[in-house]
Design a protein around this ligand. Structure first.
Ligand SMILES: C[S@@+](CC[C@H](N)C(=O)[O-])C[C@H]1O[C@@H](n2cnc3c(N)ncnc32)[C@H](O)[C@@H]1O
Length: 230
């Protein structure tokens, strides 16, 4: 008999080679615009503002944003994901850049060898993770921050499930994904992501487009850095 998937596994097993072949079309082409009311162009703009030439991409999906926007001139790029299929698909898309590959669970502490990064992206990752937004965002940042340079930027986006106005089709699709465990975001609110960022970064920003919050945090707080070391 097949063992029941854990909540953690439900958040990433849906991304298989087969489903990833449709990901850009369905998620980035259709869902972002018609359901979540946050056209992919808004997320591309977030990348244009914050992507550096020493970058760690976390929760890589198909590698769409990197393929579109990586700068010329040999940037250092690393890919981190729990899911081997996503790592392989994203890697094949930007193989010319020879990305470093890390298969890791962002909800667990990790050891990343090599120098730290100037930018890190966590797009559409948090709504896939189980737990309250404040806790899961906090854990993810706690695990990544040791590898972010002092003046570095962590940026991303996540689909909110609480305290947000949604068109009916978005409510139905979100309900379906939450039932399957692909999303775990029914309680995810704007306040929670603001709390996670404000306690860890010197400056931060959040911007809501439809059901999606785009965010960035810049400059890791010294007090937080000390706390992480202890
Ligand atoms: C919805 S996709 C987002 C892809 C891309 N970043 C985007 O914005 O379109 C979520 C990604 O997060 C990864 N993921 C889910 N749970 C994870 C975990 N616990 N640790 C690391 N990666 C995870 C999935 O494998 C997948 O690549």
């Amino acid at each position: 008999m097949k063992a029941e998937l854990t909540d953690l596994e439900k958040g990433y097993v849906a991304y298989t080679r087969r489903s990833l072949a449709f990901y850009d079309w369905w998620v980035l082409g259709i869902s972002n615009k018609l359901f979540w009311k946050c056209p992919t162009e808004e997320i591309l703009e977030l990348y244009r503002e914050h992507l550096s030439d020493n970058h760690l991409e976390v929760g890589v999906g198909t590698g769409y944003y990197l393929e579109k926007l990586l700068p010329e001139g040999g940037p250092r790029i690393a890919l981190l994901d729990i899911n081997r299929d996503c790592l392989e698909v994203a890697n094949s898309r930007i193989s010319d850049y020879r990305p470093e590959i890390h298969q890791e669970n962002v909800l667990e502490p990790m050891v990343l060898h090599g120098a730290g990064y100037d930018s890190m992206a966590i797009n559409y990752l948090l709504h896939c993770l189980p737990g309250s937004l404040e806790t899961k965002a906090g854990k993810v940042i706690d695990h990544l921050a040791p590898y972010l340079h002092d003046r570095g930027t962590l940026f991303g986006s996540t689909i909110l499930g609480a305290d947000i106005k949604r068109p009916i089709p978005a409510t139905l699709l979100m309900k379906h994904y939450n039932k399957k465990g692909i999303f775990s975001n029914t309680q995810d609110s704007l306040g929670a992501i603001m709390e996670a960022l404000s306690t860890r970064f010197k400056t931060f920003n959040v911007e809501v487009h439809g059901c999606v919050v785009l965010f960035w945090g810049k400059g890791v707080k010294e007090s937080y850095r000390e706390k992480l070391k202890s």
